[in-house]
Design a protein around this ligand. Sequence first.
Ligand SMILES: [Fe+2]
Length: 407
Amino acid sequence: MALIAKQGNLPKTPHTEFYVIPDVLALEEIQGSYGFSGAWSRKIHVRNYPTQVIKDPKLANFSFAPRLESEAPFQPYLIHSINIPYEKDFLTGRIYLCAGTNSNMSIIKTEKSFPKDTYFKNGEHHELFFIQEGEGVLASEFGELKFKKNDYIIVPKATTYRVDLTSKKVWALLIESKLPIEWPAHYMNQSGQAHMAAPVVETEIEIPVLQPFKDEKGEFLVFVKAPCGKVTETVLGHHPFDVSGWEGALYPFIFPILNHHGIAREIHTAPPVHQTFQSGQVPHNGFSLCSFVPQMEGWHPKEVPAPYAHLNVDSDEFMFFCNGSYGARKGIIQDGSITLHPGGIAHSPHGLAARKSLDSRGQISNRLAVMLDTYFDPLVITKDALKYADSDYATSWNRAVDGVTGT
Ligand SMILES: [Fe+2]
């Protein structure tokens, strides 16, 4: 994050004597990425350190370890997340679909908020949610974020939070990353602002609204996710949202996908122009996250709007289709479909999509999709994803699709 924010009541000079409650020394906490070298924030706790656990930690009765299917063939996959039932709650309802060394992807479909008085922190990964359907509130020590359909929510690693639904149900895509999730470095100028030719404007984010601090004693359950997806149950003796103020560049925020302002070109443009976020040091590790928003197709008189077949050997491609309007996959996908294309296998538009796309020169489609390209981090499909996979997808380029033949 490049946008430095400040909220609430905190000392003017860092790490100096400060009182929010008379005669009670306020206590400072730094939450940082890349150790002490990346984006960070300072939080002021009114009375207690966040370390004050009152019970021995114990393993939770659930795990977030993806159930990898190591025997699955090396092939492209199509997964229909629309068929995943709404179950469990927003905390425990993660259905892991695939995982690599640095990143993994899951779907949450639920009608229930976090259990009462329960909190979570992901100590293994930074998190990025995409809200396909529904709305709610993500409350953290930084404040409250009200989210809705088509929002990205970025939650830095180890942020303590809970989620409450304000609609009957929520359907979300969740991407976890060991490496920090940030704006692409090449979008930023030397002063840390997005330059004026970038498709994203960093001031179009929504930042948490800090709530009055909670100076409460009791037993507060915080589930912590650790390496290998192991979840540990910890209990604090004070409310985790005891922050009177914070400042810095590391905090949860929302960026609506439609705030990605697409850049069109006379001829077809390669996916990097659609990039919204990245994790790590792209293209050496981490991932690029692209937003395929409605925008004008190329208008060259001989333009072929459909993409080419492509083989990106150092990059696996995970794509979530918010609707079925993506030209290259029409007739194959529906709302919430997901394709997983391994880097070692070429993929292309289906059937005669390239020929059909000629009619869309200079037109604006209503496509909406989120794409993740990992770098040097092959993704392994899970047993849970295979329950919702199209068993004929690998041969789908060779069969009739929506009136379009594959020959
Ligand atoms: Fe692709």
